[in-house]
Design a protein around this ligand. Structure first.
Ligand code: R5P
Length: 290
């Protein structure tokens, strides 16, 4: 078994290979003069773990090409971050179900798929092969533990993220609560007023994705108004679009951390161990609800 990856998942794939005690296949990536992508892989094994986050259109195309290049082996696809998963249904007539379109394309040429904290578990049914979702909630919990905060409150920005927050909090037996978020647009959210036991406490807001940072910035404003001592933010997928990291730091967040499902400077939590464990233990339970 060997691991192979797209350009956007090099560090995670290398750590995964280490955890699986195997090697990473060297791949050369380049472009044709017209901008089309090209790649050529080193020597493959009979079994290949293909690792590639879909963080933009280029990484999607590169992943499709990589899967095709591996057509001589039995492939398992690790999709650490699946872009387009948030358009998981047709909200308006005429729209695509983008998650379904991407899932179908990526199922061709692989035997099984592992996703990490997929935005909506219903998306798993769109893959044409068996797909399992794993959660990094407990890994985020372990990271928070390493901060040695005194009696922190773990906060989900909306009820949908509460189960995830509960699993994070179980790492330290911490208190959990949630806010009531309404999304007004892609960049704007509204929080219903809610009294939280935040006064003089360290609060860690946890979510699956930080995209524009609007959710966390709005929530932290509410928490500081209620006397929170300090606010941290932790997520699985640090999309961090439009200057979100700086936006959050200037909004008074003490620290923003994410995992390496999207490789960032603030990727202080690795998904490699949990993915390796899932691959080694093919019967491990699906933690899509965490
Ligand atoms: C939405 O349902 C997700 O769980 C996140 O809350 C959302 O993607 C965060 O987006 P933003 O950072 O743009 O507020």
């Amino acid at each position: 078994m060997k691991v192979i990856c797209t350009e956007k998942s090099q560090i995670l794939a290398t750590n995964l290979a280490r955890a699986l005690k195997t090697s990473v296949v060297d791949v050369k990536y380049s472009r044709f003069p017209d901008g089309e992508q090209y790649l050529i892989t080193g020597e493959l094994d009979d079994e290949t773990i293909i690792v590639g986050s879909v963080v933009d259109n280029d990484s999607l195309v590169q992943l499709i090409l990589l899967i095709d290049a591996c057509d001589s082996s039995d492939n398992q696809l690790v999709l650490p971050y699946m872009g387009y998963a948030r358009q998981d249904k047709r909200f308006l007539q005429g729209e695509p179900v983008s998650a379904r379109a991407v899932a179908q394309v990526l199922s061709r040429g692989v035997l099984e798929i592992i996703t990490v904290n997929i935005h909506e578990k219903e998306v798993l049914k769109y893959f044409g092969v068996p797909a399992r979702n794993i959660s990094l909630a407990r890994d985020i919990g372990s990271y928070i533990k390493s901060l040695h905060l005194s009696n922190p409150l773990i906060l989900a920005p909306d009820e949908g993220a509460l189960t995830f927050a509960e699993h994070v909090a179980s790492a330290g037996g911490w208190d959990v609560d949630h806010l009531e978020k309404t999304r007004l647009s892609g960049v704007e959210v509204k929080m219903a007023p809610k009294q939280i036991c935040a006064a003089s406490r360290s609060v860690v807001i946890v979510d699956d994705i930080i995209s524009t940072g609007g959710t966390i910035a709005t929530a932290s404003g509410m928490l500081y108004q209620q006397g929170a001592k300090e606010v941290f933010a932790a997520c699985v997928h640090g999309v961090l679009t439009g200057g979100a990291y700086v936006h959050l730091m200037t909004a008074g967040i003490r620290d923003v951390v994410c995992s390496d499902t999207i490789e960032r400077g603030c990727s202080k939590i690795s998904a490699a161990g949990r993915i390796a464990q899932t691959i080694k233990n093919a019967d491990s339970h699906d933690t899509k609800n965490e």
